[in-house]
Design a protein around this ligand. Structure first.
Ligand SMILES: [Zn+2]
Ligand SMILES: [Zn+2]
Length: 134
């Protein structure tokens, strides 16, 4: 599936060919911190040749749970999370679904690191709903 994405300010954009079957939720502590949200949604396994990036994200290097370096890319101007990868020159890339224009179509197929998840966020069905709120 072809998708396109933009950070909030538009400095960094990309087009990609992704597999909608690879959309996952991650409840790990790092994803909570990086996204400042209870969990993050990403699409895994995007090959270098299937990602066309415009603009220059800033890269932050974190040490993953396996002890390996993970490069975390975000917009240097507005801070929007864009992707992570173990090798920026080779991929594969894990794209952050929140910046993808077609995100409504990208339904997660799996959720990981559930033991680290916020208990309330595992089911938000019972929380009062307001259509829009600033
Ligand atoms: Zn931006
Ligand atoms: Zn995570």
């Amino acid at each position: 599936m072809k998708v396109d994405a933009s950070c909030h300010c538009g400095s960094v954009t990309y087009q990609a060919e992704i597999d909608p079957g690879q959309v996952v939720i991650c409840h790990c502590a790092d994803c909570q911190t990086f996204s400042s949200a209870p969990y993050r949604v990403s699409v895994f396994g995007v090959a270098l040749e299937n990602l066309s990036l415009k603009g220059t994200p800033r890269i932050y290097t974190k040490i993953g749970g396996s002890g390996r370096e993970v490069l975390v890319a975000f917009c240097p101007d507005c801070g929007t999370a864009l992707y992570s990868t173990k090798n920026d020159a080779e991929g594969p890339f894990s794209l952050r679904v929140g910046a993808i224009r077609q995100r409504r179509e990208l339904i997660p197929k799996m959720q990981g690191f559930c033991a680290s998840g916020q208990a309330w966020a595992m089911n938000i069905e019972g929380i009062s709903r307001i259509p829009e709120r600033e």
